[in-house]
Design a protein around this ligand. Structure first.
Ligand code: AMP
Length: 273
């Protein structure tokens, strides 16, 4: 595995490969969710690139940028063992100058859900993803369904900017008890870890109602809110796959999304129905 930190070196090196490239952008502290993205990328492509970059522009003031978990050596080992060909490991100064062109998230879809409580978050996400995609120029790029709004906005950006990369959505990987794997789970104390389980359980409850043909979005939402009692809830929304509000769940075209705070940790989860 080759480790590169300079964007131009990366671009030149990858341009010489003449192979299909699968790209997995991450912020490190790798877990089974990231490994699942890498596996998908290996299945579909001749060459796999992973980036590890904790992108400062997607964190708002007072968020956990400085505390974000860092596991550089373990991450390198995981990438090596997973058969990654190139690990791109830049510094912020390799990616940003002090006077930057940036991508703006769309004013409707970028400012609801997570974008409502973190207003400039998706500007930072889309800008860094645009930069990374231009550096790597992959055939396919892999993103987790766990960050469903991020996936939706990146798919939109690629379409609206006529970019030629294929965006591949990968299923959420969970702990055996249902908690969605996340780099931020390390922040949870034992008690908080137990409380956090309410999030995935509430989503399973929603899916269970749908399986019993209870499709009314308000009714499902109310049941989910009840199941989340005790947590600070940012949102519970039932949307179609285009992220529009719906009154009735349409199986095959709906998502239930939850964001809640457990202790000081914001946790996102969703279920695709
Ligand atoms: P992050 O390092 O948290 O920015 O995540 C990098 C990529 O991994 C994003 O596309 C995430 O959606 C994806 N990801 C994070 N957690 C999971 C998970 N539990 N299952 C599948 N993909 C995930």
């Amino acid at each position: 595995m080759k480790i590169i930190s300079n964007p131009l070196e990366l671009k030149v090196y990858l341009a010489k490969q003449n192979k299909s490239i699968g790209f997995v952008p991450t912020m490190g502290a790798l877990h089974d969710g990231h490994i699942s993205l890498i596996k998908e990328a290996k299945k579909d492509n001749d060459f796999v690139v992973v980036s590890i970059f904790v992108n400062p522009t997607q964190f708002l003031k007072g968020e956990d940028l400085d505390k974000y978990p860092k596991k550089d050596e373990a991450d390198k080992k995981i990438c090596e063992l997973s058969g990654v060909d190139v690990l791109f490991f830049p510094d912020a100064k390799d990616i940003y100058t002090n006077d930057e062109v940036s991508i703006l998230a769309p004013i409707v879809r970028g400012y609801v859900l997570e974008g409502f409580s973190r207003p400039s978050h998706f500007n930072g996400v889309l800008t860094v993803v645009m930069k990374l995609l231009n550096m790597v120029n992959p055939t396919r790029a892999y993103f987790g369904k766990k960050d469903a709004q991020q996936l939706n906005l990146i798919t939109l950006m690629v379409k609206q900017f006529f970019m030629s990369v294929e965006i591949v959505a990968v299923d959420t990987v969970r702990e055996s008890d249902g908690l969605a794997k996340s780099s931020r789970n390390v922040y949870l104390s034992k008690g908080e870890r137990r409380d956090a389980l309410k999030i995935s359980s509430s989503l399973y409850l929603g899916a269970n109602l749908v399986s019993k043909n209870i499709l009314d979005a308000q009714e499902i939402r109310k049941n989910i809110l009840d199941a989340l009692l005790g947590l600070e809830i940012f949102y519970v929304e039932i949307l179609n796959r285009d992220f529009e509000k719906i009154e009735k769940v349409e199986v095959g075209n709906s998502i239930i999304l939850v964001e809640a705070k457990v202790g000081k940790t914001r946790l996102l989860d969703n279920i695709w129905l």
